[in-house]
Design a protein around this ligand. Sequence first.
Ligand SMILES: Nc1ncnc2c1ncn2[C@@H]1O[C@H](COP(=O)(O)OP(=O)(O)OP(=O)(O)O)[C@@H](O)[C@H]1O
Length: 270
Amino acid sequence: MTPADPTSSSAPTPLLVCDRIERSFGGLKALKSVSIAIHPGQIFGLVGPNGSGKTTMVNAITGFYPPDAGQVRFAGRDLRGLKPHRIARLGIARTFQNLALFRGMSVLDNILVGRHLHMRPGALPALFYPFWARPAEIRHRAVVEEVIDFLQLQDVRDQPVEVIPLGLQKRVELARALAAEPRLLILDEPMAGMNQEEKEYMARFILDARDAFGTAVLLIEHHMDVVTALTDRLLVLTYGEPIAEGDPHEVIARPAVVAAYLGKGRSRAA
Ligand SMILES: Nc1ncnc2c1ncn2[C@@H]1O[C@H](COP(=O)(O)OP(=O)(O)OP(=O)(O)O)[C@@H](O)[C@H]1O
């Protein structure tokens, strides 16, 4: 552990701060005063039963459904009013609960899409292509090649993405997100539908990505074995409300959390 241990919630400056986020859909309060602080290099777990507000929280952070109240700060910057692509450009990449890959495109091209945030199309770069745009393109390709090596996707790089197994498709989504060189990676159920071996691979890649690039991770996941193995800190939501937060092993044993998962009402943890 380093002096400013990123896995500790007491590390000095959080990368992401969500302060008392509220979000409603019509009469439904999907998020009720939810706060999160994630530090650089930390893997932060967000769990809760179906419909508890996890994806809504991700959408509040990434600007897809801006909060009705509360504040999101990333790297010291207030994200209020920013469009999703601007937020992404600040260094937040996400994967989706349901795969959002481009069918008909190769694995390589799908991963290249992750670089588009860093591309600056325009007449001027095109005019001075050999001097200006070409070096940028070489750099984009180099980053993508590095990610392909890192996630061991060499064997399928030229295949149409829809023909490879689901576990590998999920890995391609992770690759596309990593290709953006994010400071915060948001993974919405990255192991859904995977077999045990695929889950173990994905878990290893998430840990390796954090270790290699120092990326902070917000992980939404239903598999509790994965959550306790990977996360440094855990927040549990039920009906849009935080009911427990802290050390993952300790949190999942709390009676309120057990009750929430067993559907035995909405008792609160201290
Ligand atoms: N665009 C929307 N319009 C209306 N209601 C929505 C919308 N998005 C989410 N909700 C509602 O908000 C609540 C929280 O949904 P959300 O998808 O955030 O839960 P979740 O914890 O991610 O669930 P799951 O584990 O099933 O993915 C649910 O009651 C859901 O029906």
